[in-house]
Structure formats: C-alpha cells, structure tokens
Design a protein around this ligand. Sequence first.
Ligand SMILES: Cc1cc2nc3c(=O)[nH]c(=O)nc-3n(C[C@H](O)[C@H](O)[C@H](O)COP(=O)(O)OP(=O)(O)OC[C@H]3O[C@@H](n4cnc5c(N)ncnc54)[C@H](O)[C@@H]3O)c2cc1C
Length: 357
Amino acid sequence: MKTIVLIGSGHAHLEVLKALTSEEIAKHKFILISPSRQTYYSGLVPRFISGEIEARNLTIDSADFAEAKGFKFIQDEAQSVDQINNSVSLKSGGKINFDLLSINVGGTPTKISSDAPFNTIYVRPFDEFMPKWREVQRICSACVNPRFVVVGGGAAAVEVAASLRIRLNRNQAKRSEVHLVSKGSRLCENYTEKISEQIKKSLLKSGIKIHLDEQVNHIFQKSLKLSQGENLEFDSIFIVTPTQPSKIFTGKADSKLRLSARVYAVGDGTEMAGHPNLPRSGVIAVHQGRHLVHNIRNSLIDLEPSDFKIKSKQLNILITGENSARLVWGNFSFEGKWPLRFKNWIDHRYMSSFRKV
Ligand SMILES: Cc1cc2nc3c(=O)[nH]c(=O)nc-3n(C[C@H](O)[C@H](O)[C@H](O)COP(=O)(O)OP(=O)(O)OC[C@H]3O[C@@H](n4cnc5c(N)ncnc54)[C@H](O)[C@@H]3O)c2cc1C
C-alpha cells in the first residue's frame, strides 16, 4: 500500500478527486491537505462581484467530496516539500511522508507597496479576498458614487472591472467610476490584437476608463500617480495581476507534470519548463488535472507517466457587460448574449459535477 498525498484542492486536483474511483482509492492511502474544506470556483467570482450570486454559491465542498470517495482530509497548510526525504512539512508543525506527491496550491499574488493597505484588495487568494469584499460592500453603501481602480490587463482583470461596473450600474451610482490600469499596451495580450481591441471597445462602451502602458509600482493613500502626472483617486483598488509560482517548492514541472520522480506539480502555482508564457487559467489547470490522473495511475503501477500536451486553443468566455460575454476560441471571437448563456451553463454543469459521488 502506497501513500499518495495531494497538497491543495485547486482546479487540477478537483479533477483527480472526480476521476479516481472509490475502488482505486481503497487500494492505497490517499491524503488531501488543504487549509479550507471548501474550494472557491473562480468562474463564478465575476457574477458574485456584480451581485448576481451569493458567497455560498461560489464554493465546492471539496473536503466532503474527497472524504466520500475515501480520501483522508487534513485541514492544514503545506509549508515546504522535502523532495529528498519525501516528506511535507505542515503549518501546524506536523510532517507527512509520501510515496507519491502532487502539488496544486495556486499562484502567489505579486504584492504592490501600498500606503492604503485597508483599501488595497488582492483578488487572489479568494480566502483573503472574501473578508475584504465585505469592506467594499460597506464602501458601496456608504458612498453615493464610489471610485474603483482595477490593476491588471488579463482576462480576470477585465472581468473584475466589468463586474464592478455592472454592480454600480444596478445600484444606479451613475457618477461612480471604474478604471482599469494595465502595464501592457493592450488588454488580454495572449489574444490577437483584433480581439484585444474588441474587448477594449466593449469596456469603454460600458463606461470603464482604460489606462494602458501604466506600470503600478506604488499605491498612495487612496490615489495612484499615472505616468502623465494625473492623480487617479479611488475608494478601493483591486489587484488582479498575474500570480507568481508557489514558494513551497522549487523547480519547474517537466512535460510529464513532474518536479521529480515522485513529485507532480500543476496549476497556476507551477511553471512548466519550456512554456514560460503558459497563461494562468482554470481551463489549463483542469486539462492538467485530467492528465495528472492518468500519470498518477501509471506511477502507482511503476509505468512511465506520459507527456501532457498543451491544447493549441483554449475556450475562454469573459463577462463584458450586464447581458453580454465574449467567447474566445483561438482567433475566433464573438460577443453577445449566447456566450453568456453558454458560460452560465458550463459553470452550472461544473458545480453540479461535485454534488454527486
Ligand atoms: C476573477 C477571476 C476570474 C477567473 N475566471 C476564470 C475563468 O472563467 N476561466 C478560467 O479558465 N480561469 C479563470 N480564472 C483563473 C483561475 O482562477 C486560475 O487560473 C485557477 O484558479 C488556477 O487553479 P489552480 O488549480 O492553480 O488552483 P486554485 O484554484 O488557485 O486553488 C489552489 C488551492 O490550493 C490551496 N492552497 C493554497 N496554498 C496551500 C498550501 N500551502 N497548502 C495546501 N493548500 C494550499 C488553496 O486554498 C486553494 O484551494 C479567473 C481568475 C480570477 C481572479
């Protein structure tokens, strides 16, 4: 009997939990370590920000799901991984030995120095974002026309800005402001220039002010200084910049998603060797998770794991307005009501898949 330890219940490991059968799990000792019994599903966060759904609808009961399958769940945080002695050190002081390990802990946010820490809100990790969001709601009800700044230029930042705008429009805060500030010369730089431009136009149309080529190095007391000298004042500033790899291990995953013979690492917290520009996305983490199951099965019977193939096109759907979303599939892109309906259907189907064991 081998001990297989999964650290983190991120999108990739959720796929492992889904795919492994209770019979497979019973043959070994499977352990899941996570600081929380729930996992936030990022696909629904924009609808939460816009006020369409409640916090309780955002989470998957990942610990219950794992336990029902036969996993042992440990509510703790991994602090470091010893790849020589095959053990994991936990925040509580404990140590767990493993025969096989997989790490899926998400990325670490890049911190920006701030004179307004109370009003500076990091959207990742969601466990820290949620209590801060309550403060934003307080601001929303206290200020007639709140001013929000979103820092970042990727798909997540676009969705956060669009969702804040939707929320403020619903509150009829007509003179409220939402600014999107990005260091890039265009939004969503991993899409084609044409798609970036279309996204920009949609945001401008909905009243979001966009500031490109603006690197944010410091946040002043409720203001940002832009390169042309303009002072951008805000009530809350949201940081949605790309995350950095996790600090609990070193090294990059190889084409088989392995850091070493007994250790796999997947998701946003892991860099893949040879793919420095791999986008941080839930879709990719899910694809990795589906491949990871296959490689874990192989490793357990001493077969060589196989290469993970990155799909050339990923399906992305971004919320861009009250009743619209933009679907992006390689060079193809379309904005309207049906991408939004399609996204809601995908999200609903995904959440439902964790309600049955
Ligand atoms: C607002 C927003 C919207 C997004 N929308 C989309 C979308 O529509 N589609 C899409 O593809 N991507 C989307 N993304 C990106 C997506 O959220 C991430 O790419 C995805 O969550 C990465 O998943 P992951 O598997 O790396 O881990 P995560 O889902 O980040 O989960 C990591 C888990 O590890 C746990 N953990 C952390 N540290 C430790 C530790 N030390 N020990 C044990 N456990 C730990 C955490 O509690 C968490 O449960 C969005 C991002 C944001 C911010």
